[in-house]
Each structure stands twice: as structure tokens, then as C-alpha cells.
Design a protein. Structure first.
Length: 411
């Protein structure tokens, strides 16, 4: 099995990565300058985000029984690659001054957070594309997301924190647009290799727990002001707690035998953190965050039960990890909640109320257009035969990419 697929890795992936790194290193040599500061207060929260990216998302993608190596390994690959590219792009668009880019820990933190859309998109494509295609996808997606941030924050004057909270929406619909190109009728029809097993489900649940624990940091780390940052932490925690309880409840209600579904538990429990990210710092009463968490948990669980099947059969989009129900629908709920909350805040000023609502809607629409449009163009590019995409009978198979000495010894 391995020799047939080895050329697609040996002949493409190493050279692509090496060429890109040979471009990145001179850029860092001539443009990047470290900021001379002794302020290390951001480092602990920077590590929280690292745990989410490398452990949380990595383990979350290991639920497919025969694709665990690739789930966690390719997550590391695209995250490590994407952070470098995101730091460069963020510096060029936001911090380029006098021929150089000054970076510090917050700069690297923003770079790490800007890579999250690629990790979410990888969840929609898990098992259906090879690492060469994932690297190209990351290169394009991080670029488009950073441009999207620049439009939202510099042109439409939305806060930096809020512009980064569009990661969930952008990553979901970019990934789903690409997934449309890799659909096959057999997908989603109980393919043996697509199923999970108890150990893979446990590892995936561990990833969910890492994400759940550190999500308050993700939603608060870039919020300016101690008071607003504290609100963001509290409200994210409340929303996560309620969405977790709601996911358990609706999972039982939607099961014909009244049992819990691990897919719901490991994914829908995160929906509250996604939905409240936009507005967590604005909320001054816990019941609002808890309501958002309840709606997010409900929408996510029902999305897994009903909408995901519709995506697969009617629209012919196979979403391996269910990112639409985990990140997309809760993200849209969060965007709408944010628009309502900023509008209510200016209720006495009708002119400003209309302007704020309009800006919020425009930001949401721009993100959807750029993610869907960029995803369709990228998906078309990734179908090029040059990248030697795996055939459908080799979907969800680690042996196409990884060495298995214990199996070789048995032959």
C-alpha cells in the first residue's frame, strides 16, 4: 500500500515546505525585529492559546478510527506553518513601519489565533485531502482571513478583538466550500474507516476538554481594559457551562433510545464559547451569556442530528468533523447576538443605532462572502491532479501517509 502513495508525499510535500521556509526565513531576517520589552504578562495566556491549538484541535481530530496519526500530526503541521505566515501577514498589514516589522508576544499570539480558521477547515476536510493540499489551503486561507481582518478593523473600524472572533465563521464556510469539491456518494453512508472506536472517541473528547477549559482565555486575551477582560472570562465560562448541560439534554432527547451521543457531547459542549466570543466583553449580566450558551448548545446538537445529514445528501457537502454544527451555526448566532447587543447599547441614539447595526451586518456579510468565495476558488485549485489527491477508497486511511512498522513485520 505504502509504495503506491509514497511518491505523492516524497515528491511534493518536502519540496513545497522547504521552498516556503526558504522564503519565510529571509523575510524574518530582513523585516522582522523583536520588540525590546520586559513585559511577559501575556506569556501565560499565550500558552493557553497554544494548548487550544496544538492539543485541543489536535486531539479533537483523532476520532476517526484509522486516521488518528494524521488528525493530530497534520494539525501540528498546518498550525506550525500557518503561524509563521500569519505573523508575516499581520506585520505587513498592521505593523509595517520604516521598512521593518516590530513583533512581540501579542503579535505571535494574534498569528496563532489567525491560524484557527485553517484548523477548523481541516476538520471539514479530514481524511479526504493529503498534507500537500492542506498546506496550500492554509497558505491561502490565512492570507484571506488576515485581509478580512484588515477590512473589518481598519476600514470598518471594528475592535481588533472582535475582528478575530470571525475565525469560527470564516474557517467553517471556507472549509465547507472546499469540501464540496471532494464529495463522493459513499461518504456519510457508514463507511467502515470513517467510524470511531471507544479509544479514538476518548482522545477526541480529551481535545474537547482542552478547548473547553481554555476558551475563556481565547475570548478575553485581546480585550482592552481589565474590567471588560474580566467580563469576557466570566461570560464565556457561563455560556460554556450552559451549552454543555444543554448539549447533554438535547442529545438524549434526539436519540430514539434516549441515550447520549458522543458526537454531540464532544462538539456541542463548545458551542457556547463560540457563540459568546463576539459579545462576551459587552455583557454585564450573566443571564444574557447563559441564554446565548443555551441557544448555541441547542442549535449545535440539533445541527448534528438534522442539518448535517441534509448537507451530505441535498447539497453534497461531507463535513467530517461536523464543523458547521460546532463552529458555523454557533458563530452565526454569536454574530447576530453581537449586532443586537451593540444596537441596544445605542438605543437612545437612533442614527448611531442604525449605523452600528449596519456595520455589524456588513462585517458578517464580508466574512461569509470572502470565506465561501475563497473556499470555492481554493477547492477548485486543490482538485488539480498535480497534488495527487487520495482516491475515495483511500479516504480516512493513515497508511497512505504514515509508516506502520508493526504491520510490516507481520507481512
Amino acid at each position: 500500500m505504502a509504495p503506491r502513495y509514497a511518491p505523492s508525499i516524497r515528491g511534493r510535500l518536502p519540496w513545497l515546505i522547504l521552498i516556503l521556509e526558504m522564503i519565510f526565513i529571509p523575510i524574518f531576517l530582513f523585516l522582522i525585529v523583536f520588540e525590546p520589552t520586559e513585559n511577559n504578562k501575556v506569556y501565560p495566556v499565550f500558552q493557553d492559546v497554544n494548548v487550544m491549538i496544538f492539543l485541543g484541535f489536535g486531539f479533537l481530530l483523532t476520532f476517526v478510527r484509522r486516521f488518528g496519526f494524521s488528525g493530530v500530526g497534520f494539525n501540528l503541521l498546518i498550525a506550525a506553518f500557518g503561524i509563521q505566515w500569519a505573523v508575516i501577514l499581520d506585520g505587513v498589514l498592521f505593523h509595517f513601519k520604516e521598512g521593518s516589522i516590530m513583533i512581540n508576544i501579542p503579535s505571535v499570539l494574534i498569528g496563532a489565533m489567525s491560524t484557527v480558521p485553517a484548523l477548523i477547515s481541516a476538520g471539514a476536510l479530514l481524511g479526504k485531502v493529503n498534507p500537500v493540499q492542506l498546506v496550500w489551503m492554509t497558505l491561502v486561507e490565512v492570507t484571506l482571513f488576515t485581509v478580512n481582518r484588515w477590512i473589518i478593523s481598519d476600514l470598518l473600524m471594528i475592535e481588533k478583538h472582535t475582528s478575530l472572533m470571525f475565525v469560527h465563521i470564516f474557517g467553517t464556510y471556507f472549509g465547507l466550500a472546499i469540501a464540496w469539491f471532494f464529495y463522493h456518494p459513499l461518504l456519510g453512508k457508514n463507511m467502515e474507516k470513517e467510524r470511531s472506536q471507544p479509544m479514538s472517541d476518548m482522545l477526541s473528547m480529551l481535545g474537547s476538554l482542552f478547548l473547553w477549559m481554555f476558551w475563556p482565555t481565547f475570548n478575553s486575551v485581546l480585550v482592552p481594559g481589565a474590567s471588560k477582560r474580566r467580563n469576557a472570562v466570566y461570560n464565556t465560562y457561563y455560556a460554556l457551562a450552559v451549552s454543555a448541560v444543554t448539549a447533554f439534554s438535547f442529545s438524549i432527547c434526539t436519540n430514539a433510545r434516549g441515550k447520549l451521543n458522543m458526537v454531540h457531547v464532544r462538539n456541542a459542549v463548545l458551542a457556547g464559547g463560540v457563540a459568546v466570543g463576539f459579545s462576551a466583553y459587552l455583557i454585564y449580566s450573566a443571564w444574557i451569556a447563559m441564554t446565548i450558551g443555551f441557544l448555541a448548545g441547542m442549535i449545535s446538537t440539533l445541527g448534528f442530528t438534522y442539518i448535517q445529514t441534509c448537507l451530505n445528501s441535498a447539497i453534497q457537502i461531507h463535513d467530517t468533523c461536523g464543523v458547521h454544527a460546532t463552529f458555523g451555526l454557533p458563530g452565526l448566532l454569536g454574530g447576530v447576538s453581537y449586532i443586537l447587543l451593540i444596537s441596544i447599547g445605542d438605543w437612545d441614539n437612533i442614527t448611531r443605532l442604525g449605523y452600528q447595526a449596519l456595520i455589524g451586518v456588513v462585517c458578517l456579510c464580508i466574512t461569509l462572502v470572502m470565506s465561501l468565495g475563497g473556499g470555492l476558488l481554493t477547492g477548485f485549485f486543490l482538485t488539480c491532479k498535480l497534488w495527487n489527491a487520495p482516491k475515495h477508497w483511500k479516504y480516512f486511511d493513515d497508511q497512505a501517509y504514515w509508516e506502520f512498522p508493526h504491520l510490516a513485520n507481520k507481512l
